[in-house]
Write a protein that binds this ligand. Structure first.
Ligand SMILES: Nc1nc2c(ncn2[C@@H]2O[C@H](COP(=O)(O)OP(=O)(O)OP(=O)(O)O)[C@@H](O)[C@H]2O)c(=O)[nH]1
Ligand SMILES: [Mg+2]
Length: 436
């Protein structure tokens, strides 16, 4: 996601590093590179033009700030303008009936499942319903998703029209005190009058708090054109960009707000329920500039790991009695935060370099298997593990003695490092020193 931009911006900024003054030449060269990067990433032409104009005006008018070199000054301006075109502040979904619209197969139903899941985790009362009357399979898909998430699916007798379903669902949501009613609609291959009419009547029938357009990011500029048509007819209040995981360019994400004036509210980054992120313009800008996304990382950690668990673990580390049981716990915590490459990509300086590195989550499983094959005594006192025990552990975990040795060595190194860190004030969580 956005890899291309991150790489190109990285190169541009690296070239700027040597410059001591912000001369016209320096600025022009940088802007030319940025222009190419944006167009290559499929950012809308007019959006690119306006963006560059603003950066140029600000860069020409600015002195290199005290404490900042020329490169940093340009980064600051580019960063602020990126946040601007991405939409400034993050916007939440308004409570009420939220209507999801868009072309066929863009990810409407999947997105409803993901958003229901997010909202439920935040303790909102959520219900879902489908107005896709022509395809029973589509309704079933949403019903299954709602069961996975654990929110009610409002189904009604056969023979109702789309708008009748929407109205009944709306009435039921009101009577049950639901915060968010997520309404699915039928997709079409193309914008057609019948679909638009159906959506218009649903809109009139339930006065939705939001009309969210679901766009497939991989469709590039075409997705934007269709979005414009939907916006003219229905008045969209938000956009969800799906399949950002498959789109390395990200041009649509940068163009939506500026070209249609509707904010992106979420991005879909995979097929699973958890694969969705609220769209934070500042964090996306930071990622594009290779500055990492520490806030998102911290939030993921907070969601996955209870404060208590983290405290118990870090106090053990501080006390120096960190054993293999604790290591296993730590691995579990890290795994529960999601796939490792997605996590690493959020760390400043690592994301852009990660492009060709395949991070293998199976390594975690291997380490866990080795630890699981040990006796409780071995886990709390790894020093007793001699060669015959190693052979038993390797056989039990389907690994080799050399794997067991490697793990024990890494554990010792980790412990050594922690001993060094011991006493360092305010040590939060131990760093994970394994190299894969
Ligand atoms: N990789 C990836 N796949 C996604 C994402 N969102 C949805 N999909 C996949 O896209 C396909 C279509 O998703 P649906 O949710 O059924 O799309 P829809 O818009 O409801 O389709 P219709 O109801 O037929 O119009 C499914 O295979 C999803 O798993 C995403 O963010 N990333
Ligand atoms: Mg669907």
């Amino acid at each position: 996601m956005l890899d291309l931009l991150t790489e190109r911006f990285g190169n541009t900024l690296a070239k700027l590093k040597g410059a001591r003054k912000l001369t016209d030449k320096v600025i022009n060269n940088a802007l030319r590179d940025i222009r190419l990067a944006l167009l290559e990433a499929d950012v809308d032409y007019d959006v690119t033009k306006r963006f560059l104009k603003r950066v140029r005006e600000r860069a020409l008018g600015s002195e290199v700030k005290r404490g900042l070199n020329a490169a940093e000054t340009v980064i600051t301006i580019v960063y602020e303008e990126l946040v601007n075109i991405l939409g400034g502040e993050k916007e939440d979904l308004k409570r009420g009936a939220v209507l999801f619209v868009g072309l066929q197969g863009t990810g409407k139903t999947t997105t409803i499942g993901k958003i229901a899941n997010l909202l439920k985790k935040k303790n909102f009362k959520v219900a879902v319903s489908s107005t896709d009357v022509r395809r029973p399979a589509a309704m079933l898909q949403l019903q299954r998703l709602s069961e996975n998430v654990g929110v009610p699916y409002y189904g009604f007798e056969e023979g109702l029209s789309a708008v009748e379903i929407a109205q009944k669902a709306h009435a039921r949501a009101k009577s049950e005190g639901v915060d968010y009613l997520l309404l699915d609609t039928a997709g079409r291959l193309h914008v057609d009058e019948e679909l638009m009419q159906e959506l218009r009547t649903i809109k009139e029938g339930v006065s939705p708090s939001e009309i969210v357009y679901v766009a497939d990011a991989m469709q590039g500029q075409e997705a934007l054109n269709v979005a414009k048509t939907f916006h003219e007819i229905l008045g969209l209040t938000g956009v969800v960009l799906t399949k950002m995981d498959g789109d390395a360019r990200g041009g649509v994400a940068l163009s939506v707000r500026e070209s249609i004036g509707v904010p992106v509210k979420f991005i879909g980054v995979g097929e699973k329920l958890e694969d969705i992120e609220p769209f934070y313009p500042d964090r996306i800008a930071q990622r594009i500039l290779g500055l990492g996304d520490i806030q998102s990382l911290v939030e993921r950690a907070q969601e996955a790991i209870s404060e208590e668990d983290a405290q118990v673990l870090s106090s053990k580390v501080m006390a120096g009695d960190f054993d293999l049981n604790d290591l296993r716990e730590m691995l579990k915590m890290i795994q529960s935060m999601g796939p490792l490459d997605k996590l690493l990509a959020m760390i400043p300086g690592i994301g852009p370099k990660l492009k060709n590195v395949k991070v293998d989550d199976r390594q975690f499983k291997k380490i866990e298997a080795i630890i699981n094959s040990m006796t409780p005594e071995e886990r709390s006192n790894p020093r007793i593990i001699n060669l015959s025990r190693k052979k038993r552990i390797a056989a039990g975990s389907g690994t080799k003695v050399s794997d067991v040795n490697k793990l024990l060595k890494q554990y010792q190194e980790m412990k050594k490092m922690m001993r060094k860190l011991k006493g360092a004030a305010g040590l939060p969580m131990p760093k994970f020193p394994f190299k894969f």
